[in-house]
Design a protein around this ligand. Sequence first.
Ligand code: NAD
Ligand code: UDP
Length: 314
Amino acid sequence: MRVLVTGGAGFVGSHLCERLLAGGATVLCLDNFSTGARRNLAGLLGHPRFELLEHDVTAPVALAVDAVFHLASPASPVAYQQQPEATALANSLGSLHLLRLARDCGARYLFASTSEIYGDPTEHPQRETYWGNVNPLGPRACYDESKRFGEALTMVYLREYQLDARIVRIFNTYGPRSDPRDGRLVPNLVTQALRGEPLTVYGDGSQTRSLCYVDDLVRGLELAMFTEGTRGAVFNLGNPDEHTVLEYAELIRELVNPRVDIVFRPLPADDPTRRRPDITRAREQLGWQPQVPLREGLARTVEWFRALLAEPSA
Ligand code: NAD
Ligand code: UDP
């Protein structure tokens, strides 16, 4: 089995490549290194079943593969607002090229969508049947709307060309190899705590998120791709364990450095007030649910960041 992972040099993609290799697949990692890093592939580059292709998904590519995971896209609010055009195109034009590739070689296809397609949700928790509440004009629209378009195009290819495709809506994920500069909650707070700096909470910290450890997520991605009967399915993958941002900050402070302060900073525009996945469908159809408790996942993540910050280049 030859599997293409676009965005394979990123945070989630590199863990997925590792998992697929461990399962016996040949893995072709495609990445333009816009937000990913070569160090994420350090443990993979010498592997006999691992190939790296430096390429941008907005250009067509001809390959023979059995499955396509399309993950390539800037993913953090900071990263996608720095690269709005590239983000919009990775999920639209990039999706088109990868859907055509999957169609032409008869491959399975999985689109890595996001909980952001629900916007600032009026339904809570979010089920896959919810259509969302997205600002199409705001600073997050380059991401949210291009993911929504990527979902729509996936369904077009499924209906028009009978593609064996599925969509996964990923909720906030954390773990080793998340980029310490990408501005997301866990990388920011953990690196701040390790450096003895105040933890920045945006707004009053009452907004909620539900954090999933990366190992749990990539197990779910693999199940969503390869479980029989998933053609045309949409799955939320995330951890239903919901907390306020202030609670996460307090827990990280307790785990890493009880001496640091928590400071409050302005809430970014269109920051969703709450987010929690309903994962009934993934439970029932994939037999999937998160297994790594928050404290344990955070402890592993903290150790990874501690080692990273100890490197001379950090
Ligand atoms: P990441 O930024 O670490 O990884 C994205 C990878 O895609 C990077 O290696 C980057 O270089 C590559 N890339 C970006 N544009 C590209 C292009 N045009 N051509 C080729 N490669 C390109 O982000 P991540 O957190 O690993 O996210 C991976 C996927 O999962 C994304 O599609 C993201 O939208 C989705 N997702 C992630 C989360 C999360 O919490 N991490 C939540 C929801 C959805
Ligand atoms: N956040 C915060 N402090 C930070 C970074 C993020 O309070 O240093 C908040 C952010 O405003 C949001 C939540 O944490 O409410 C999650 O942000 P993240 O960027 O990780 O992902 P999002 O869910 O917004 O895409």
